[in-house]
Design a protein around this ligand. Structure first.
Ligand code: NDP
Length: 325
């Protein structure tokens, strides 16, 4: 496994990491969750991603129980949580000081740990002054309850605003962002954030590298495959993911992957990892076999040459235009 600094920051994360959205405490059994974490940790994955919203907190409970059982040295892994969607009541939602502090304390309790390595604002909160959130994060860092704080799906402008506020008051600025990034979702990561990697040294923990499992064989062969996109309640996701001839493009990527001796998921993940602004690619899996497959993606990284990248561009036809400065 390779490790990268989280942007300009000191902490190191494995290039591939493991997430728990929809799976831990929901779609999969606790035994499978344990198998996933063990498989990942055994090959050197050191970052496990979570959030208060995942399975209404059950995902953190499951992960906390597994970590307790495994007895891995706390210094060998990095754990995240995210604050925003804590519940339906007024003060259980958003980024007020009250909810940020309460969400952190609740996550620590569910995960059975003393501190979170990374704590993300899961979305921007237009109803809370940014100063309030930045101060709240700073308090949690001073209390030793979190080590780094960051954002998820914030605009470049919102991130810069938080950064500037932190600088103005001598507080600790956001260190990382968690955006969606995959072959079919590129604009924000490649264009909107482009200056932030250089100017503020922002690290990134990117999500949905397979576009929710689209970049695989399953939907090519059966659009109704009993997988994530066909789960009840996720119709909105299927509609979003299957836009712009996505299935046809995945089919056209298949021979490129085959020529390199890779599977489609391995190509999709290696493609994300070739972007130098990606600190870690968060993998998701419903079965250990899936994870064993995707964890091998980096072995083929040297095969992703400029010619291969161009062949992929020719299929995708979605390379975002960089503005001329
Ligand atoms: P992916 O796009 O990689 O989708 C993962 C899903 O794809 C799996 O659950 C599985 O679903 C399928 N899959 C995985 N491996 C294979 C394989 N080898 N072959 C075939 N199918 C495969 O990632 P996620 O969308 O799960 O995102 C990863 C993580 O990112 C999440 O767990 C979470 O931690 C984080 N995240 C953060 C968000 C945010 O707002 N900050 C939003 C979303 C995710 P199935 O078997 O059902 O097809």
């Amino acid at each position: 496994m390779e490790y990268k600094r989280l942007g300009k920051h000191g902490i190191q994360v494995s290039t591939l990491s493991l997430g728990s959205w929809l799976t831990f405490g929901g779609q999969i059994s606790n035994d499978v969750a344990e198998g996933l974490m063990k498989t990942a940790y055994d090959v050197g994955v050191n970052f496990f991603d979570n959030a208060e919203a995942y399975a209404h907190g059950r995902s953190e409970i499951v992960m906390g129980d597994i970590l307790k059982k495994m007895q891995w040295d706390r210094s060998t892994y990095v754990i995240s949580s995210k604050v925003y969607w804590g519940g339906d009541k007024p003060n259980q939602l958003g980024l007020s000081r009250k909810h940020v502090v309460e969400a952190c304390n609740a996550a620590l309790k569910r995960l059975q740990m003393e501190y979170l390595d990374l704590f993300f604002c899961h979305r921007p909160d237009k109803h809370t002054p940014i100063e309030e959130t930045v101060w709240a994060m700073n308090i949690l860092i001073q209390q030793g309850k979190i080590l780094y704080w960051g954002t998820s799906e914030w605009s470049a402008q919102e991130i810069m605003e938080a950064y500037s506020v932190a600088r103005q008051y001598n507080l600790i600025p956001p260190a990382m962002e968690q955006p969606q990034y995959n072959m079919f979702h590129r604009q924000r990561f490649e264009v909107e954030y482009a200056q932030l990697y250089k100017t503020i040294g922002m690290g990134t923990t990117v999500w949905s590298p397979l576009a929710s499992g689209l970049i695989s064989d399953k939907y090519i062969s059966d659009l109704n495959a009993s997988s994530r996109l066909n789960r009840p309640g996720l119709e909105w996701l299927k509609e979003t993911v299957l836009q712009n001839n996505a299935i046809e493009k995945v089919l056209a990527l298949k021979p490129i992957a085959a020529d390199l001796g890779m599977t489609l998921p391995q190509l999709g993940i290696a493609w994300c990892a070739t972007n130098p602004n990606v600190s870690t690619v968060i993998l998701g899996a419903t079965r250990v076999e899936q994870l064993e497959e995707t964890l091998k993606s980096l072995e083929s990284l040297p095969k992703i040459t400029p010619d291969v990248l161009q062949a992929i561009e020719n299929v995708l036809q979605n390379k975002p235009e960089q503005p001329e400065y």
